[in-house]
Each structure stands twice: as C-alpha cells, then as structure tokens.
Design a protein around this ligand. Sequence first.
Ligand code: FE
Ligand code: FE
Ligand code: MG
Length: 153
Amino acid sequence: MCCAANKNKELIKLLQRAYSEELLASYQYWLGAQVAEGACLDETKSELLEHYEEEFEHAKLLSDKIIALGGSPVITPREWYDHAPEGFAAPSDPQTKTLLEQNIKGEQGAIGFYNEILEFLGECDCSTYKMIEQIRNDEIKHEEDLTGILNKL
Ligand code: FE
Ligand code: FE
Ligand code: MG
C-alpha cells in the first residue's frame, strides 16, 4: 500500500460506491430472472442468474479490499442508495427486451465508473488496480453477453 492517507480515504469511498452498486446490480439481475417474460426467455434467465452470481462475487472482492484498506463495507442496505443513487433499475416492465436494455445500461455505467477508479489509482496501488481492472473486464463481458441476446430478439 503506497497511497497517501488522504488518497486512501478517497479510494475507500470509491470502493464503497462500487460495493453498493454491485449488490444492487446483483439484486436487479436476480429479480429480473424471477419476473422475466417474453422472447428468448430461458437464455435470458440463465444469463441474468449467471450475472447475479458474478456481481455478488464482485461485491465480495470489494468488501475484502475495503476491509484490507482499513475501511468498513457499507453496513445497511439503506446506505447502498446513498453511495449509489443510480445503482438500481426496477424491473417494472418484465419483458426480456426491457430487462436486457436496463441491464446493458447498468453495465455501461459500471464500466465507466471502474475506468474512473483506474484513472484515480494510476500507479498508486498495484493490487487494487489489478482487481478493479479484472472486475471492469467482467463488466465488459456482461455487456457483450446481454447485447448478444438482445440482438437476437
Ligand atoms: Fe460487477
Ligand atoms: Fe456486470
Ligand atoms: Mg455472462
């Protein structure tokens, strides 16, 4: 760990937002799979459930890192929204097309945010950089997987 103390504090805040977004995204995927209706149903549901698990894994990685940096993961669900006010899109229209579009938008937001964290880190903390880069690459794959299904509808 080579960050100056003030930068470390800012990093923890960024990771807390990422952690909150991952948990909200994970729930959005799980709930989407529950309520989904329409075309390419089985394929959409299994992709959503796969991403539900992968977003939860991202939350776990982020929680471990926040604790390792001396911070605390966000400890109440109410605070997830404080950290990530745009982190959840309710599946009020259960059509697969709408769910896929909502989740693609979420992935694009996540990719942009992880790129911001990478920019913030620069050469500052190698292990955190590698972790965020790996998560960002997973989000790129998520976006591609969802777009692949959407293009078949
Ligand atoms: Fe994720
Ligand atoms: Fe994702
Ligand atoms: Mg996938």
